[in-house]
Design a protein around this ligand. Sequence first.
Ligand SMILES: NC(=O)c1ccc[n+]([C@@H]2O[C@H](COP(=O)([O-])OP(=O)(O)OC[C@H]3O[C@@H](n4cnc5c(N)ncnc54)[C@H](OP(=O)(O)O)[C@@H]3O)[C@@H](O)[C@H]2O)c1
Length: 243
Amino acid sequence: MSLKAIMETVLVVGSTGNIGVSAVTAALRSKRNVLAVVRNQSSADKLVKLIGSSKGITFAEANVLSDSGIKGVVEQVREGKLPAFQHVFSSVGGEYTTTPLPEITTAQLRSNFNVSFEANFFAYRDTIGYLLEQKNPATTWTICTGSQGDLATHPVPAMTQGALFPMTTAAARENESTTVRFNEIYLGYRVEIDELAEQHGVTKSSDFANVYELLLADPNVRSSRVRVDDLDDLKKLKYQKKF
Ligand SMILES: NC(=O)c1ccc[n+]([C@@H]2O[C@H](COP(=O)([O-])OP(=O)(O)OC[C@H]3O[C@@H](n4cnc5c(N)ncnc54)[C@H](OP(=O)(O)O)[C@@H]3O)[C@@H](O)[C@H]2O)c1
């Protein structure tokens, strides 16, 4: 069998963000290919610049905010126009703002729920069937949420994170006995793309990538919340069943 035939592919939704770049890095470091969903060519260019190369990355342009965006990507995969994938990582995210509740406009509320909740929901709803059909115990589905959902120092991202918690618990339940390992990475501190992380004194995307690499490699992590509370959690997975 050729190397190409045995290489897995990770579909990354939100691939150009602080967290998405970590997922792309983890996939490439673990000798997997990446199918990166991007909104346009300039986002694709941004990702190539951040990763330093386009090797191993196929781009799929789609509007992840629409309820047909990811569906269209899966259709193209089924038609053989895009590579088959065995893993999904989703981390579409909106504003990281401290706007207090009374000042949040209706438009701001709705657009943030669309970006940070609906887009991740669509990504799950419209890819899980494709993974299940493969009946392959090596398949996984992973999402990144954060402690903002509990702390709420930043109300807008806190509310959208909060809405993701029950979605991830439901997905963890629904896949407890399926071939897909569903997991939530619950991040308790700030991660940014390497250049900004250095400027801001926060954790680099390339370091956070270790967590997804470890998760992909460990078949015991299933229907769980992987907690990343301190720097040691980048070296050893801390996880617990979600229910
Ligand atoms: N970073 C952290 O420290 C941290 C901590 C805990 C939890 N999280 C959670 O992880 C998720 C991602 O966070 P992040 O820091 O990676 O966010 P980010 O850097 O802002 O990235 C957001 C991603 O979503 C995409 N996106 C945003 N608006 C979009 C739109 N209107 N249409 C299409 N794509 C859009 C961006 O694409 P473009 O590049 O094209 O804009 C990018 O790929 C969020 O749910 C966040 O709450 C993050």
